[in-house]
Design a binder for this molecule. Sequence first.
Ligand code: IPM
Ligand code: MN
Length: 371
Amino acid sequence: MNLKIAVLSGDGIGPEVILQAKKALYAIGVVYDHEFVFEDALIGAIAIEKTGNPLPEQTLNLCLNTHAVLFGAIGDPMYDNDPTAKIRPELGLLKLRKELGLFANIRPIKAYPKLMDSSPIKKEVLQGTDFIVYRELNGGMYFGDKTTNEEGTYASDLCEYNEEEITKITHLAFKAAQGRRKKVTLVDKANVLETSRLWRKVVTNIAKEYPDVTLNFLYVDNAAMQIISNPRQFDILLTDNLFGDILSDEASVISGSIGLMASASLGEKHSLFEPIHGCYTEAKDKNIANPIAAILSVALLLEHFGLTTESKKVIKAVERAIITQVVTVDLKVNSQFGTNEVGDFISNYIMNEGDLYFKKDFVQIGQSTIV
Ligand code: IPM
Ligand code: MN
């Protein structure tokens, strides 16, 4: 396969984790004879700095003309602390999601046996957790009209949804459930919000087309509690843009680190793959950022293009890194391995899995020759 991939590393730790993701993809290309052609472009704070625009035209055009986008992170504390800033890095990502029609954001949540102690949640609660958040990505409060008055004493963000927007992601969620444990949980606030009542109506109707899938409903406040008190109950969690943003960060606590959480954003024509952790500016250039979320985003990319064996190989390499504890400090206090070392281990494993070196549990602290 030949894939042209736009690489938007962005801000903060974006460039360093994306470099590791590219290494993993390159390794897959070598082993399975695919050609991945990368083309870099600017987005976010770095794009504002260089061009005045968080999503330069050139970047958008590149993304419109590639098979997929590999995305790093966006944001800069400089803007976070300035509520008056008119141009913000995040606008680049929001515009890109809209322009590419990326209406579904898919975030898998899993408890890794080896990492249960990294999570503040009890092992008994975590064990066997495996669900996917289907977050609507093109509508809701993120994209409704925004207003403020001249004095700066009033602000409003409109939350809007139409039937079509809900329908598109709902079908994807039900199809995914059919290939899994056949359960969709719609998370909303239908006791208060009109948009949530519309979601319930539309989703209930669509559910009739999938008689093998069970649909249930949960209010978002209750869901926030259930995600950490009884996460095993979820299979596909379907929700709107804002709730999905919040709940998926919360759910990352299950896996032990947000540095493990990958995502795929899908539209009818385009797709974007991105770690969910954000820019984490404090860690920039310190070789401590966890590259696994970016690398698992590559696994989602491969899966999306039907390269299932290749995707599984990436996941296996990541699991191997976790099992042998070649992980960054977020997963193991005092770990001697950094962003580059974890990335090297994973791409080396992809290329040389058959090596004796990987056959033994050889990669222990102090014994490693390759990392
Ligand atoms: C995410 C991020 C973005 C969002 C920000 C950076 C705009 O938090 O992808 O979850 O809120 O969607
Ligand atoms: Mn978020």
